[in-house]
Design a protein around this ligand. Structure first.
Ligand SMILES: Nc1nc2c([nH]c(=O)n2[C@H]2C[C@H](O)[C@@H](COP(=O)(O)OP(=O)(O)OP(=O)(O)O)O2)c(=O)[nH]1
Length: 296
């Protein structure tokens, strides 16, 4: 990631920021991005896509950080306005002092664009682990372990084996189920259903665990934000084979809900890999799903 240090006499002066600036009247956000990076860094943006929109109220002003991920450009970035620049790895991102509004952007950068949810019923644990291996070895790096109906010992064994498998391939696993199962299996995170989200004390009490939550409407999104989880899954976006007649949000309903929601949101319900780009344009971090993503 490329960071730049803000001028000492500017708003949020001295802090390290993602390069960019204000949209001018008559400009689209993409046009503003191209112009700012040309003015500040001397590069031509060739490929960019929306990452997250973060509204934030500072004591002295309100900002809406419409953040884009630039993956291809021409030219070597230079600090054309005299600003110091620094290329930092994901791990080093938190070493720099950054504006408070940037915190959700750091979560969005660290999270992948796809979240795989495991099928809930497991008839054959060996086959389940084979499919999981295929998924993580093919690049899935965020897995929600969500299995019901097994005896307690079998469930714990399967969660532990799944966590080890994820780790072997550098993937993170969250348990959707009791907190004890997440802790016992050494999972990287805990995924909260409606009930768990309502009873969660504060995310600070679960230091070290990546926290995700399932949300279905504006009220649950507000609760997830208040409790301080790291990301949410919002559903159902499209009809699914299991619930063909359920009332869905549709892409319009989804994007209206997430337009200024300051946490990464995965679209869930009827998703498959071909909808990933569409989900970004609707304001999503990416897609989450079972059937459309599980390699059976
Ligand atoms: N570029 C950028 N701005 C950020 C970040 N985080 C953050 O809170 N901000 C705030 C600081 C400013 O209030 C606002 C960006 O405005 P700016 O001052 O950089 O805009 P600009 O380049 O058009 O500069 P100016 O000519 O208007 O002074 O957003 C960030 O990571 N990058």
């Amino acid at each position: 990631m490329l960071l730049a240090q803000r001028r000492a006499d500017s708003h949020q002066g001295g802090l390290w920021e993602f390069p960019g600036g204000k949209v001018e009247s008559g400009e689209s956000v993409r046009e503003a991005l191209d112009r700012e990076l040309k003015e500040e860094l001397g590069i031509e943006v060739q490929d960019a896509r929306p990452l997250i929109r973060v509204p934030h109220a500072y004591a002295d002003c309100r900002v809406l950080l419409d953040t884009w991920l630039v993956s291809r450009w021409q030219g070597e970035p230079r600090g054309l306005e005299g600003q110091p620049l620094a290329w930092v790895s994901m791990g080093e991102l938190t070493d720099r002092s950054m504006p408070a509004a940037d915190m959700p952007i750091l979560d969005a950068i660290r999270l992948p664009d796809t979240c795989l949810i495991t099928p809930p019923s497991v008839a054959d644990a060996t086959r389940f682990l084979q499919a999981l291996r295929k998924a993580v070895s093919n690049g899935v790096s965020l897995v929600q372990f969500r299995v019901f109906g097994l005896a307690e010992n079998d469930l714990e064994d399967l969660a532990l084996a799944s966590r080890r498998l994820c780790e072997e391939f550098g993937a993170k696993m969250l348990v959707n189920g009791p907190l004890e199962l997440a802790l016992k299996s050494g999972a990287h995170g805990w995924h909260l259903n409606r009930r768990h989200l309502r009873s969660l004390k504060s995310s600070r009490d679960y230091a070290g665990l990546l926290l995700g939550a399932s949300c279905h409407d504006a009220e649950e999104l507000a609760l997830a934000r208040e409790k301080g989880v790291h990301f949410v899954l919002l559903s159902p976006v499209l009809p699914t084979a299991s619930h063909p007649d359920a009332e869905v949000l549709g892409w319009k309903g989804f994007s209206d809900l997430v337009a200024e929601f300051p946490l990464p949101v995965y679209a869930l319900g009827g998703m498959n890999a071909s909808l990933l780009e569409h989900s970004w344009r609707a304001g999503a971090q990416g897609i989450a799903g079972i059937r459309g993503l599980w390699p059976d």
